[in-house]
Design a protein around this ligand. Sequence first.
Ligand code: PGA
Length: 258
Amino acid sequence: MEVIICKTKDEASRLAADMVAACVKKNPKCVLGLATGSTPIGMYKCLAEDVKARKISFKGVRSWNLDEYWGLAGTHDQSYRYFMDKNLFELIDIDRKNTHVLNGLAKDWKREVKAYEAAIKRAGGIDLQVLGIGSDGHIAFNEPGSSLASRTRLVSLTPQTIKDNARFFKKAADVPKYALSMGVGTIMEARTIVLLAFGANKADAVKGAVEGGISQFCTASALQMHKDAWFFCDEAAAAKLKLKKYYAWRGLEELARR
Ligand code: PGA
């Protein structure tokens, strides 16, 4: 696991976007795992700029998203399908039929998650997975207590996550209590991981993920066992790391060496 600490989230978003862009340049038909939430929006804007400047093209890229609220249609303005359309897919030249988001209205969720995992496998697996991190250390919707070997499945959200996400809904009672989510085991199979974390409210989660023990209590800590995982943080999110001064220069050196 490498930790890149930047002065601002814009700087970190640019560096993370460069890593995604390098993956797309290397293999124009690569498979990306994508994330929603407020954190990756800046990185998605950078990628849209790169497409506009004709530095990269997503024409051949295929994508699978981490999760979707259970019970929301893809047309709902808080669904993750809608988020992806507005914050990335409509801004780049990806073929929408190559983009995949779990169907929050699937009648048979077991069948839906099985088919989703099978499709990722058929595509050759995920080359690069983008992640945010919850204030409780979750990745995707793998809340504390999720098995580190978990696969895509129906999950129950914690009161903390419901509270964190209430800002996007009219009232807390409107936040769905369940989601379909890739598992930690699913995420760990991605060849490269790009995790973004910004702001002081992520400092405890980053500390737990990077310097805590590997535990299902902080599911992002499983990434310590990943061979190519990169955390892009701003200073506020990295503030509680014991070795932050060391990571600050080592991370950039590792990035240059890559
Ligand atoms: P956020 O969510 O980007 O909106 O902070 C991150 C997450 O919960 O994974």
